[in-house]
Design a protein around this ligand. Structure first.
Ligand code: NAD
Length: 295
């Protein structure tokens, strides 16, 4: 495999493009938004500068990495000569369905079509294509250049050959791939989201405050970030939507989202991305300040 297309150049897409390009792959980075593509290239440049500052790579590596990336605003054009496409567009089934149809019609018939979805069924996405055996989940973690894990998710019809190729490719990126099957939340979010929901319930029921809950999990369980801070980082709207997927998928009330989470998202308090969730975020400051709502 040499030609990789990445669809969506947002938070995850730019990181995925960065990692492939840095390992010598030719990357076609595709987004409907020209502005998103410009922002992605700027972010990749900044992240490479950080690696140079830490003496992990050289100026020449940066030039080579950026030279391996070509941008496109059309999926049709951007996937024409791909060996693998990694879709990292907005988490919305209708959007992904359309992208997979277009990819299926335009990418070489041998190409593997992967998705970085956090919660949508791989089997359901694969069913929209004429090659469900070549559709697979390739779930990178944020921030992609730093996090080692790739959760490789086999849909109902994903073949052994497709899985083996993606496992090997992930290792070539110096990532650690873990193979899992396609059930709601896969493994990562099936375990993480109920923990975050339980932390929010603990706050909601007055068991403890924001800092206290996060401190217990940081110091007591050696988590680098408390669950409430992590929820802010992921996006409270994203957490809510994944909990809905777990609740609907298993039909088990234990996954019902905490009413406090529902209220916060409805009110527009979505965490880091909106400047406030369980904590308040001030641009340029790294201080962790609990939101006025929870003082
Ligand atoms: P994002 O909103 O930062 O970026 C999405 C990008 O997709 C945007 O730039 C948008 O312009 C583009 N896009 C939308 N429709 C498109 C189309 N039809 N064709 C091409 N581009 C299109 O989103 P993100 O946080 O990078 O998430 C992307 C995917 O990765 C989602 O499926 C999400 O569930 C998954 N994911 C996110 C995280 C995370 O921490 N953010 C972690 C793991 C997986």
């Amino acid at each position: 495999m040499q030609n990789i297309s990445v669809i969506g150049s947002g938070t995850m897409g730019n990181g995925i493009a960065h990692v492939f390009a840095q390992h010598g792959y030719q990357v076609s980075l595709i987004d409907i938004s020209e502005t998103a593509l410009e922002k992605a290239l700027a972010t990749i440049g900044k992240n490479l500068d950080r690696q140079i500052a830490k003496e992990k790579i050289t100026e020449a590596d940066k030039t080579a990495t950026l030279g391996n990336i070509t941008t496109f605003t059309s999926v049709e054009e951007g996937v024409k000569s791909s060996d693998l496409v990694v879709e990292a567009a907005t988490e919305n089934f209708e959007i992904k369905k359309q992208i997979f149809k277009t990819m299926d019609e335009n990418a070489p018939t041998s190409a593997i079509l992967a998705t970085n979805t956090s919660s949508i069924s791989i089997t359901k996405i694969a069913a929209e294509t004429s090659r469900p055996g070549q559709v697979i989940g390739m779930h990178f973690m944020n921030p992609v250049p730093i996090m080692k894990l790739v959760e490789v998710i086999r849909g109902y019809a994903t073949t052994d050959a497709t899985t083996a190729s993606v496992m090997e490719l992930s290792k070539n990126l110096t990532k650690v791939p873990v193979e899992v099957n396609d059930y709601p939340g896969f493994v990562a979010n099936r375990i993480l989201m109920p923990m975050i929901n339980e932390a929010i319930y603990s706050l909601f029921e007055g068991v403890a405050g924001v800092e206290e809950i996060d401190t217990v999990m940081k110091l007591g369980m050696a988590h680098p970030m408390g669950p409430l801070q992590l929820a802010d980082f992921i996006g409270l709207d994203v957490c809510l939507s994944i909990l809905h997927v777990l609740h609907d998928g298993f039909g088990n009330p234990k996954y019902a989202p905490c009413p406090l989470l529902v209220n916060m998202v409805t009110a527009g308090y979505k965490g880091v991305k909106t400047g406030e969730g369980f904590y308040k975020y001030t641009p340029g400051s790294k201080d962790l300040v609990v939101s006025e709502m929870f003082k």
